[in-house]
Design a protein around this ligand. Structure first.
Ligand code: ADP
Length: 302
């Protein structure tokens, strides 16, 4: 089978996750990076999975790159920006509820789309490129447009573009700006991977089918609407509407990266030619394993 080249674009952050003893475990995570990490686990070793972002030149940036490389993820598309560093978030646990605090003001990743030539070279020749609403949210308006222009050119040259709207209102000035940016980005995507609990309220979609229709009307060829434990609704030009009911998971431990790992399972299956229903089943089975353990990055079986 032909070797694939896959790139995901966005921000990976330092995660400080509490332990029992008031110390913290230091991990690395971020939606687009999590998807790359799961794709790396799922795809054959001779497929290339790369990450596109920007980091600083300090020790923690070096540690993040070393972590990616040790996981088998190519970092050729990670720019180094002196005097910047990587973003950080801390998880606090109070009565079993997790809350998150973020430090990303100085994050180098905010400048990932600054250098048009670097970006164009990073996406050149890729079979599949994935980015998200969080990728867009951290960029200035000018850089956001630059990213979309470069992705549009890549698509015209045959790269498949996948986009997860991942709508995080606190990263945007207001809901209208977020919705407009997400809709613009989805227009240049072949595959749109929304979650109904975000798209439904933000766009006033009455149902997952309405979410599908809105993205198809915008130009997407394939839309998969995730919906937590509920029925997944999908549409593709070739196969029409397809639904899949995830196998219920009784002991949900932590739903972090459920959507990111679903995306990896789904895209890995599609890359290797699976039909829609098989790809939905693969996405659901990967995310079902992920939500049974704590943390964003969980070792999975096949
Ligand atoms: P996101 O993390 O983007 O909000 P979802 O919560 O919709 O994504 O979950 C993505 C996928 O993870 C779902 O389509 C489903 O396959 C799986 N999943 C999430 N929560 C559950 C659950 N409680 N039981 C079984 N599967 C789940």
């Amino acid at each position: 089978m032909r070797k694939h080249q896959i790139l995901t674009i966005g921000e990976c952050m330092v995660e400080m996750a509490p332990r029992q003893d008031e110390a913290y475990n230091r991990n690395f995570a971020g939606d687009s990076f999590n998807t790359a990490w799961y794709l790396r686990q799922l795809l054959p070793g001779d497929d290339q999975v790369g990450y596109c972002s920007a980091v600083g030149t300090d020790g923690i940036s070096n540690a993040m790159l070393a972590f990616m490389q040790a996981a088998g993820i190519s970092t050729h598309a990670v720019r180094r920006i002196p005097n910047r560093t990587v973003g950080l978030y801390m998880i606090e646990l109070a009565n079993g509820e997790r809350s998150f605090s973020y430090w990303r003001g100085e994050s180098a990743a905010k400048l990932l789309a600054e250098d048009r030539t670097f970006l164009s070279e990073a996406v050149a020749g890729q079979d599949l490129v994935l980015f998200s609403g969080i990728t867009l949210a951290i960029l200035s308006e000018t850089h956001r447009q630059q990213l979309l222009n470069v992705l549009g050119e890549a698509r015209a040259r045959g790269t498949t573009i996948a986009f997860d709207p991942n709508m995080r209102l606190r990263l945007w000035p207001d809901q209208q700006t977020m919705c407009r940016a997400v809709s613009d980005a989805a227009k240049l995507a072949d595959i749109v991977l929304p979650s109904f609990d975000e798209d439904g309220p933000n766009y006033q979609d009455a149902s997952p089918q309405a979410t599908i229709e809105r993205y198809i009307a915008g130009g997407a060829k394939c839309v998969v609407v995730k919906n937590g434990p509920d029925r997944i609704h999908a549409f593709s030009e070739e196969e029409g509407h397809v639904v899949f009911d995830p196998v219920p998971v009784d002991a949900v431990v932590d739903t972090t990266a459920a959507g990111d790992s679903f995306n990896a399972g789904f895209l890995a299956a599609r890359l290797t030619g699976s039909a829609m229903v098989e790809a939905l089943a693969k996405g659901a089975s990967v995310s079902a394993q992920v939500i049974k353990s704590r943390g964003a990055l969980v070792a999975i079986e096949g």
